[in-house]
Ligand binder design. Structure first.
Ligand code: FES
Length: 241
């Protein structure tokens, strides 16, 4: 006789698996201000990363260029090198060549900067030095906030090369000294230290103090520190909305 199978569910039977609802995604810690989302590189960024403009490969014939600038990023240890050709009659930058050990964002941002500086017959030095990271971001369609310090590398190397040009050509009155101003004599924190802290994401007084100890024993400098935080926050991350 065939035994009828019981329809009763065995107590140890596996529960029926229904449609599993995905857990809500954690809020992205990196936001691309212009393109939205996180870590999403725009097509323009990818294009400049895979086909960097004005990148200088191989052996470099330094003598071909009028000026050279070299900077490193304390945030990540990467290095950027820039070579310029400048027309002394018009003060225009005719060539902007570069190479870097930096990441994809540094490559794309410097590639775009080199285009901006040399397009339409070249930019005057004064105008080129006014290009802000936000201007490069706009042309790239955005970068994740955490990568903004990478975009600053090309900018700083450009300033370094321009200063090199001023010194080589005896225009010492035009040399630009940045960031060396002492803000807190007690802790020896300079303007450049605060800029660096902001670039690394410390955008409140407390966060900057955590990194630098600025103003902890010298509250008189705090208003100045707050002004600098505001200034660099806007310079690198755009105006608050
Ligand atoms: Fe170093 Fe981007 S992480 S240049």
């Amino acid at each position: 006789m065939i035994k009828k199978q019981s329809k009763t569910k065995k107590p140890d039977a596996k529960p029926k698996v229904g449609r599993v609802r995905p857990k809500p995604r954690a809020k992205a810690d990196v936001v691309n201000k212009y393109a939205g989302g996180s870590w999403a590189y725009t097509q323009i960024v990818k294009d400049h990363f895979f086909k960097p403009r004005n990148f200088l490969p191989g052996d470099i014939k330094t003598a071909k260029y009028d000026a050279e600038g070299l900077v490193g990023s304390p945030a990540c240890g990467d290095v950027m090198r820039v070579w310029l050709k400048i027309d002394p009659k018009t003060d225009k930058i005719k060539q902007f060549k570069w190479r870097t050990f930096g990441c994809a964002s540094a490559v794309a941002a410097t590639s775009m900067l080199s285009v901006m500086v040399t397009e339409k017959g070249g930019m005057k030095i004064e105008k080129a030095l006014k290009i802000r990271p936000q201007d490069i971001m706009k042309r790239l369609g955005g970068l994740p906030n955490r990568k903004i310090h990478c975009s600053v590398l090309g900018d700083k190397a450009l300033l370094c090369a321009v200063n090199n040009w001023f010194k080589k050509t005896g225009q010492l009155d035009r040399v630009i000294i940045e960031g060396g101003r002492l803000i807190d004599p007690a802790t020896k924190v300079t303007e450049a230290d605060i800029e660096e802290a902001v670039l690394e994401g410390a955008v409140t007084l407390l966060a900057v103090q955590k990194r630098t100890k600025v103003g902890i024993g010298n509250p008189a400098c705090i208003p100045q520190v707050e002004d600098l935080i505001r200034f660099y926050k806007e310079k690198y991350f755009g105006p608050e909305k």
